[in-house]
Design a binder for this molecule. Sequence first.
Ligand code: SF4
Length: 334
Amino acid sequence: MTVCDVLKVSNLSIDLYTTRAALRPVDGVSYSVAAGETLAIVGESGSGKTVLNFAPLGLMPTGVVTDLSGSILFAGRELVGLAEPDMRRIRGGGIGTIFQDPMSALNPALRIGRQIAEVAELHLGMSAAQAEARALDLLKLVRMSDPEARLRQYPHELSGGLRQRAMIAIAIAAEPKLLIADEPTTALDVTVQAQIIGLLKDLQRRLNTAIVLITHDMGVVASIASRVAVMYAGRLAEYGSVEQVLLTPRHPYTRGLIAALPSAEDAPGALFRGLPGTPPVLGAPLSACAFAPRCSQAIDVCARQLPALQAAEHASAVACHVVNAINPKERVYA
Ligand code: SF4
């Protein structure tokens, strides 16, 4: 962990057990994010990115037995195995959360001002009057129009964009070191998406908050992230700076994702270029490259052996037998 790492996840595996199956949605994943930095976790549905992103909050799927191994260091404190009362203090305190759907995350029966004030009272020990004043300041900070009136409104009285701003105000109310965002702009129209991304960048500049966000939108990645982790079947396929991963992707899966993006050179009405095949259904731990059935570069070893994530000089770290075989300077990523 470097001095300014806010979150350092090392070799994290998550096993989920139901009465009928054992699943491993996250398998040996490592990443870190520093103050003022944004890490985007990218992947298709079922890649394990949501389970991975909520692990630092101790929020796991309900109705299953969960087993975490590895390490999640937040501000130097180990979160794996932390007791629930301590975890509760960190949730909403040191770590703020922005969900995809603010309507389901906000309390429909409480005014917006009260919901923000409660966080300040609980985590900053403010009096009711101090917390109400802070709620107003935060609504101004997230650039809510007519903030005094918004304080007294209920979530259903706000538009989708204003609800997302209210949720961001709640997420930053306790001055968190880390914001965890789950597809924060997916439910919004394109103009409002750009405003929310601009707001998050502005808040990050002012507050020096670290952000980990999951998204499937490469446009969001390009506009806010400094680093990118590409997930496939519960493992990191590629990990590097946003320039490395978006401009010179090395893993066949990342290259496929980026090649599938619409381009300005596409003829009007051109067919959508999707990745061939479908993502695997998560199951037991893997013993081969999960991308092999969809990969045009697969060789024999891909079906027999799990590729390790390896770094190269001035390039992203990649988990691929073929890519890593042609780069002799690589070392195992730690
Ligand atoms: S390890 Fe093999 S199957 Fe997997 S991405 Fe690389 S070349 Fe393709």
